[in-house]
Design a protein around this ligand. Structure first.
Ligand code: 4AD
Ligand code: MG
Length: 461
């Protein structure tokens, strides 16, 4: 039998009889004369107050209804006498579909995010995580809208790969194994098969190199998929599995690249403000006071652009004491990035033209002989949200860079073909989707914006 989603029930003009809803009890309150059930179904931030009267045949059963139980309710939508809600549902029939036993770990009190991570399979039942994952879904849709409206072609780059797109040596290796009855060596150890592809294979760190080959034919493309990094960094902004959006544009330089990135980030922020207003109002109130005003302010301002050399000069001149000293040639640490965007600039900033040595091999060498046409977008509270660059389109310069990075040109021969056959200027960037969700919701830990986080020593669920 069809149900009406709570989001729609809350819009109905009372009185309206015969409305059927299905969902989970967030709280059950037995107030002697009636039972109040707060019902949620994930369709919106608000839950629906259901009033259960003693006239119902199974009233005694319903008095023992537990938090977390799945129920189907038919009733009349009436104007609510209670404050803070326009309507409520007066039940005429309540069917207990799935009783939650009393060990259900989500009770009325506020649970810490760390505890909720241990029950990632249940946290979608909470109002916070319902909100996070509705926003995440709306943002994913907005990613496609943005690029499709601009005529970009969505390319599914491979998850399993033979090449290290970043040249950073942080890849997970792929092996085959029957987990139920693994083959054994004569000594009894698990015998991993590594010869499926007749060569070592890995989980991709980035779809960029494959994306570049498609841009050299389709001109404007983007990827949106999971990427994997075996970096052993236990921070609130790094995950071993995260989603990345990587546009790649032929006939595009670093300036065009930054312009597109700014429009993209703003489109995503605007989408969240427009389509997830209730969820954002919750984050604004409970998670990150001032969030909505800050997002609005960012939408109304233009992002700063600053060469790395200038950024280092301003960080040095600030007199701020950092854990790691800043100096030209060193990577910017998270503390530097945040001080720059939060205190020195006060809004998102593209840092451009980094020293060659600290950036990936594929970035285009600048004429100064010291820097590359790179850009990182730094935003308050997060730090690096986007990394991108104009690509080195000159074959000889690229070969030299590969050699200097200690990489082997023969591993990249297919990639180098793009430079052999009709090379053209091109640029692109990668946006870390979880970091964007953090930025837009104010959630402070990457583990709390991806359904089942993968971090060092954590691959449960
Ligand atoms: O700066 P990164 O490493 O750049 C690339 O992968 C390029 N291939 C992108 C490109 O030009 N097409 O990663 C891009 C973004 C970062 O700015 C960050 O937002 C995110 O991906 N990111 C991570 N997010 C979560 N956990 C991690 N371990 C991440 N590593 C990078
Ligand atoms: Mg980066």
């Amino acid at each position: 039998t069809p149900r009406t989603k709570i989001v729609d029930v809350l819009q109905l003009e009372p009185p309206r009889a015969g409305v059927r809803v299905k969902g989970w009890a967030r709280t059950v309150r037995d107030s002697k004369q009636v039972v109040f059930v707060e019902l949620h179904d994930g369709s919106c931030f608000a839950s629906l107050q259901v009033v259960v009267n003693p006239e119902l045949a199974n009233y005694e059963q319903l008095r023992k209804l537990t938090t977390g139980s799945a129920v189907e309710i038919v009733g009349e939508v009436i104007a609510s006498p209670a404050a803070g809600q326009r309507v409520e549902l007066k039940a005429t029939e309540v069917i207990v579909v799935g009783l939650a036993d009393s060990s259900f770990p989500l009770q009325k009190k506020r649970h810490g995010f760390e505890f909720l991570r241990e029950i990632s399979h249940l946290r979608a039942r909470t109002n916070t995580f319902g909100a996070v994952f509705r926003v995440r879904s709306a943002l994913a849709q907005a990613v496609h809208e943005f690029f499709q409206q601009r005529g970009f072609v969505y390319v599914h780059t491979p998850i399993i790969t033979g090449s290290d797109a970043e040249g950073a040596g942080e890849m997970f290796r792929v092996t085959t194994l029957d987990v139920n009855s693994p083959p054994r060596t004569p000594e009894g150890a698990v015998d991993y098969h590594e010869d499926f592809f007749a060569r070592p294979s890995f989980l991709t760190v980035s779809g960029q190199l494959n994306g570049e080959t498609f841009a050299m034919g389709l001109s404007d493309i983007y990827t949106f998929g999971p990427t994997f990094r075996a970096e052993n960094s236990n921070t609130s902004r790094h995950a071993a599995e995260f989603w990345m959006i990587e546009p790649e544009m032929a006939w595009c330089d670093l300036d065009d690249d930054a312009t597109l990135a700014e429009a993209f980030v703003k489109h995503l922020m605007r989408t969240a403000l427009d389509r997830c207003a209730d969820d954002l109002a919750f984050f604004n109130k409970q998670i990150d006071p001032g969030l909505v005003a800050r997002l609005q302010h960012v939408l109304d301002s233009s992002f700063e652009r600053m060469p790395y050399t200038e950024a280092v000069r301003r960080l040095e001149a600030s007199g701020q004491k950092f854990e790691f000293p800043v100096h030209w040639g060193a990577n910017l640490q998270a503390e530097h990035e945040r001080y720059l965007t939060e205190t020195l600039v006060g809004r998102p900033v593209f840092v451009t033209d980094y020293p060659t040595e600290i950036k990936a091999f594929y970035m285009r060498r600048n004429d100064d002989g010291k820097t590359v046409a790179a850009m990182d977008l730094l935003v308050p509270k997060i730090g690096e949200l986007i990394g991108g660059s104009q690509r080195e389109e000159r074959l000889d310069v690229l070969l030299d860079a590969i050699r200097k990075s200690g990489l082997h040109a023969e591993h990249y021969s297919w990639y180098l073909d793009t430079r052999r056959f009709g090379t053209a200027p091109h640029a692109g960037f990668g946006l870390g989707f979880e970091r964007l969700v953090m930025y837009v919701t104010g959630m402070e830990n990457i583990r709390d914006v991806i359904p089942f986080p993968r971090t060092p020593r954590n691959c449960d669920f």
